[in-house]
Design a protein around this ligand. Structure first.
Ligand SMILES: Nc1ncnc2c1ncn2[C@@H]1O[C@H](COP(=O)(O)OP(=O)(O)OP(=O)(O)O)[C@@H](O)[C@H]1O
Length: 234
């Protein structure tokens, strides 16, 4: 499990127009946290900072004891692959691969996650099988179809399995329910929280959708922690 700490983090896309100015934000190991903010408030920018895809203009971003902003680009890529599982809004699955191959892909870039999958399941394939089964994708689907043949809800479950294989300490989900109706959204969010607990991952879910807050013990409003105050709402 990962503790996440932001200290005096500032980021601007445009010089002299800060988008994010976060004095402090502290998320404990194992917490399941909902970060809510309207469109244009900087949620994706914040996630890109947390995953080391962007570097802050100043300040420190510490994840699981590592100051990721001080790592080289190559080490940040390795850190992300080893310690962070990501569920993207558009899932980013490879459409012509099987479900299992999509899930196993996350281990190909991380020796640490491969070792964990081997330790707990005997093989990476078995780890992928178990995750897909837990997420309700029955064997017939797992064996016979490509991702392109799945419904949106089924693709989303594959994306969660890929994010969780090898038990990364931090699971980040970016607007993962935007394509779902209200009932499916609630079911999926509960499933995501349960799987994060099962795999001992700290969970950060980011969305504009206030209704998701009911599922979480803690909600952080981006506007409350961000004193930049210049957000360009759509
Ligand atoms: N690549 C970029 N280059 C320049 N400016 C950018 C870039 N990405 C985002 N921005 C600016 O940062 C602001 C916040 O964008 P961001 O995508 O982080 O917000 P968001 O809260 O995730 O929005 P949404 O919910 O609509 O996805 C945008 O309004 C835009 O002005």
């Amino acid at each position: 499990m990962a503790k996440v700490l932001l200290d005096k983090v500032k980021y601007s896309w445009v010089k002299d127009a800060p988008l994010l100015d976060i004095a402090t934000c502290d998320i404990q190991s194992g917490e399941r946290v909902f970060i809510q903010g309207p469109s244009g408030s900087g949620k994706s920018t914040l996630l890109n900072l947390l995953t080391g895809l962007l570097l802050p203009d100043s300040g420190v971003i510490n994840i699981a004891g590592s100051d990721i902003s001080s790592l080289s680009a190559v080490k940040r890529d390795c850190f992300r692959a080893d310690h962070i599982g990501f569920v993207f809004q558009q899932f980013n699955l490879l459409p012509y691969l099987s479900l299992i191959d999509n899930v196993m892909l996350a281990c190909r870039f991380s020796a640490i996650r491969t070792q964990r999958a081997l330790k707990h399941h005997g093989s990476v394939r078995k780890a992928a099988e178990q995750l897909l089964a837990e997420l309700g994708l029955e064997e017939q689907l797992r064996q016979r179809v490509t991702v392109a043949e799945l419904s949106v809800g089924q693709q989303q479950r594959v994306a969660v399995a890929r994010a969780l294989i090898g038990s990364p300490e931090l699971l980040i989900a970016d607007e993962p329910t935007s394509a779902l109706d209200a009932a499916s959204r609630d079911t999926f969010t509960e499933l995501l929280i349960a799987e994060a607990s099962r795999y001992n991952s700290t969970l950060l879910l980011v969305s504009h959708d206030e209704a998701l807050g009911q599922h979480f013990n803690r909600t952080i409003l981006l506007q409350h922690i961000n004193s930049a105050g210049v957000f360009h709402a759509a």
